[in-house]
Design a binder for this molecule. Structure first.
Ligand code: HEC
Ligand code: HEC
Ligand code: HEC
Ligand code: HEC
Ligand code: HEC
Length: 339
């Protein structure tokens, strides 16, 4: 029997084409910029399709997010370079994610196909699969009608994307976890004078003040021996953490009393590097766990064992291990002079 024979068959084909046409028409409509009403709710609840829609009512918060690395996670040139412009598809999961409550906290997010310039956006963290906005409190009077979701402020939310290199596990083993200090207490701190507000800047390794808060550098002379210690006093996880590119160096130079040094000349010698090597590279993981202190030392050579000799020790943070010393972030410098 022929399927599409006769008038009935031709009508069926026509109907299929009409259906496809209507579908295409709907797909090609430009996205609406104002919130639509979700048809699946009895209540009058707006349906959000873009973070741009949050800007008008949450301007201060939106500006913080816009300055954050979350907002640039898909446009960040560093990420584009390493992912071959995201031809490596698996890089999209966390850098251009669908709402994480869709897949569930701590489970790998799914990649989304839209709004590349919004990266890890408001909807990623705040939208439930049915479109409802999740907050700390339920607030039927607010325009977005948020619902309270206790797990929003949990470490599990961050773990969804931040445990690929065990940052969340490092935190769980840290003194901060025992004291109940969570990711948000350091990375989304409360904003003074604005009850209930938390910063959405999520400052990290690109912010000098945050980096400085992580470490303490100590230098002591014992005759002609220089004793150095570095304490991870302020990071709730290893120092450095996450990206294998990151490196923290202890460097030093010894200058005769009459030397006229430039900031980076004569050059420094590296005493130690805290780092998790790239996969396949030799060497152990030398990241400094939270709350721990590393101790090292070096000797002042015979010809420089004289009054007035200056010993300079620096603690440097590198975004990549290939960065030259002078391109790193200088966290601390301590100078000692031989008596
Ligand atoms: C499981 C989630 C996840 C996946 C998958 C993922 N990333 Fe990331 N990526 C992150 C997180 C979280 C950070 C922030 C941590 C940090 O800055 O150290 C990050 C940071 C980066 C950075 C540092 C950006 C900067 O400005 O310093 C680069 C580069 C990067 N990722 C590249 C990639 C590439 C390339 C891929 C695919 C091979 C990829 N990522 C896949 C979660 C992910
Ligand atoms: C028509 C205005 C309006 C729009 C649009 C809007 N909101 Fe709100 N939202 C409010 C108001 C008002 C409050 C209550 C005051 C506050 O917390 O800032 C609120 C509160 C919230 C809360 C906090 C709930 C709590 O814990 O107290 C979250 C989370 C939230 N909005 C997220 C969003 C997100 C995400 C978007 C965009 C997808 C959005 N809002 C769009 C008006 C709006
Ligand atoms: C959907 C995935 C995802 C979730 C959930 C997430 N992040 Fe991120 N986060 C990223 C990615 C991707 C980056 C790297 C962006 C880049 O630099 O390109 C990042 C970067 C960061 C950075 C580094 C910023 C910098 O300037 O170096 C910090 C800090 C951070 N996130 C904290 C948090 C905290 C705290 C939470 C939980 C409240 C959280 N993130 C939840 C994906 C996520
Ligand atoms: C006690 C404060 C504190 C806590 C708690 C804390 N952090 Fe951090 N975090 C820091 C400091 C300081 C730095 C900068 C030094 C470093 O990179 O280790 C940092 C850096 C980072 C970075 C940037 C890494 C990079 O290479 O760009 C990410 C991502 C991050 N933290 C995520 C988290 C997550 C996720 C949690 C919770 C599981 C958390 N942090 C808990 C203080 C904290
Ligand atoms: C990486 C996840 C993440 C992203 C992206 C994000 N938020 Fe949040 N947001 C949170 C978390 C977590 C809290 C609760 C923090 C807490 O109380 O510990 C929160 C709290 C809030 C609150 C309650 C008030 C406050 O300041 O804490 C509002 C309103 C809000 N977010 C709106 C937004 C808007 C609008 C955007 C986009 C411009 C956005 N958020 C982007 C995770 C996120």
């Amino acid at each position: 029997m022929k399927l599409f024979s006769g008038l009935a068959g031709r009508l069926l084909v026509l109907l299929i084409f009409l259906g496809l046409g209507a579908g295409l028409y709907i797909l090609m409509q430009p996205p609406k910029t104002s919130p639509k009403k979700a048809s699946n709710h009895k209540e009058d609840i707006p349906l959000f399709t873009s973070s741009g829609q949050c800007q008008a009512c949450h301007p201060a918060l939106w500006n913080e997010w816009k300055k954050s690395h979350h907002a640039i996670s898909y446009t960040n040139p560093e990420v584009r370079k390493l992912s071959s412009d995201f031809r490596q598809k698996e890089c999209q999961d966390c850098h251009l994610p669908r709402p994480i409550f869709e897949t569930g906290l701590t489970k790998p997010p799914l990649p989304r196909q839209s709004r590349p310039d919004e990266g890890v956006d408001c909807l990623t963290c705040h939208m439930r699969p049915d479109g409802r906005i999740l907050g700390v409190h339920t607030n039927p009077k607010a325009g977005c009608k948020p619902l309270a979701e206790p797990s929003l402020a949990s470490v599990a939310l961050c773990k969804t994307c931040h445990n690929q290199h065990k940052t969340t596990d490092q935190w769980a083993a840290s003194p901060f976890a025992k004291k109940g200090v969570s990711c948000n207490d350091c990375h989304m701190p409360k904003i003074e004078g604005k009850p209930g507000r938390r910063s959405h800047l999520v400052k990290g390794a690109h912010d000098l003040a945050t980096l400085k808060s992580a470490a303490r550098l100590g230098v002591r002379l014992e005759k002609y021996k220089v004793l150095v210690e570095v304490e991870n006093k302020g990071a709730g996880h290893n120092l450095p953490t996450e990206e294998r590119h990151r490196a923290v160096d202890v460097i030093y130079r010894i200058l005769p009393a009459d030397a006229r040094p430039q900031p980076w000349s004569p050059t420094f010698t590296r005493l130690y590097r805290f780092r998790q090597p790239y996969l396949g590279d030799p060497g152990p993981n030398t990241q400094l766990p939270s709350g721990q202190t590393w101790k090292g030392s070096f000797e002042i050579p015979k010809p420089l064992q004289a009054k007035g000799t200056r010993i300079q020790v620096r603690l440097l943070y590198h975004l990549t291990p290939f960065q030259k010393d002078k391109e790193g972030s200088l966290l601390y410098e301590i100078e000692k002079v031989l008596p």
